[in-house]
Design a protein around this ligand. Sequence first.
Ligand code: ZN
Length: 433
Amino acid sequence: MSERGVERRQFGHRAELALSPVQCAKLDAQAHAARAMWNQLHDLWLMTPKCQRSLARLDQTLRQARKDFDWYAVLPAQAAQAVLKTYLQAWKNCWEGRAEGPHFKTRHRTALTVDIPQGRDLNISRVHRRWGMVNIPKLGRVRFRWTRDLPVGRHADTANRITGARLVRDDLGWHIAFRVQTLEPAPAPHPGPEVGIDVGVTVALALSDGNHHRHGAWLTDTEQATLLRLERRAAGRKAHRKPGTRTSRRLHHTYDRIHGLRARAKRRHQDWQHQTTTRIAATYGTVVVEQLQITNMVKSAKGTLERPGTNVAQKSGLNRAISSEAWGRTVTMLAYKTTRHGGTLHKVPAPGTSRRCSHCQATTPGSRESQALFVCKNPGCGWTGNADHNAARNILHLYRTGHALVPAAGRAVARRARRVKPTGASQAGNSPR
Ligand SMILES: [Zn+2]
């Protein structure tokens, strides 16, 4: 027994499912039933007066609906209960300020999911070096890709086990996401150095110690050319379609191929992110990043009619879309990976880090000569360096001078400065007498 003790860890593990076309269609039907059920619950919730909303009422409607409509019955009862639970959780997340309230789920833009809430129903076994088998309700035994050791069979006990799963469909097909719970020795504090990280323009991730992490294009030249051709073809077909007519089967097929290629690019990007963040978390004890500014990212690049945006084409491209959503994911990965390695992740407020000089701390106009080069225009300084590294050094400096944000209700907020009033002043000024 180590003196540091053990800690419970919960994480997800995603694996590819090997399904036949018939099984795929069955799962699609289940997922659409779950989606319809969500919409019915939401509809009911909105129609019911506030004082009459209750779990019992929703549950009763759900049971009745499963009796009334045949196509609801394709969804296993456990999965239907999970829809109700997720729906109520969505409201809870909204009330506690973590997310927006639930919306209706549209047919085309919603991720298809089916829950298997109970781990014991899964009955997982390993049948080959690279394949495992899992029970899926109403589908039977299905193979999945075995890429990491899971606590199943004789490796499972009350502390180390799989507590449930969710089936998720993306553009590359159906996957299973296992909920895994393990008991592991708590990590020792990481002795590694401190580092600030900035999302660079010339390099993907710039580190304050002068290192950086780059990546190439996510699609090969051939794939890029295919994607461009498909996108043009889809645009052409869409333009020639008479308004009000149904989207043709051929156009749907083209859309599917476009989505497939985009999903492939995203998958490669995620793989790179996982490798990079693991390396960073293993090397550094304290990692400092910028606080993500969600409002800026959601804002349209097009701007408004009175004040149109600049570089709209560059900002709205595929790569831009991937990279802007990617930073949030990088931070999420860093957060849990640093914890697992015994390190810590800190966030600092973003404004000005790319314009300030990291040597003299002065913000002088024109210092950022180009995207890549930073030359300090402050007379008496004149520091020159890579602009991205300059920003990363500023981020680390903000942390060292005590500007780190503290997490509150799921969001990082500015730490209130601890100002101790001189005793004499408070007695003289604030006395109620
Ligand atoms: Zn300077």
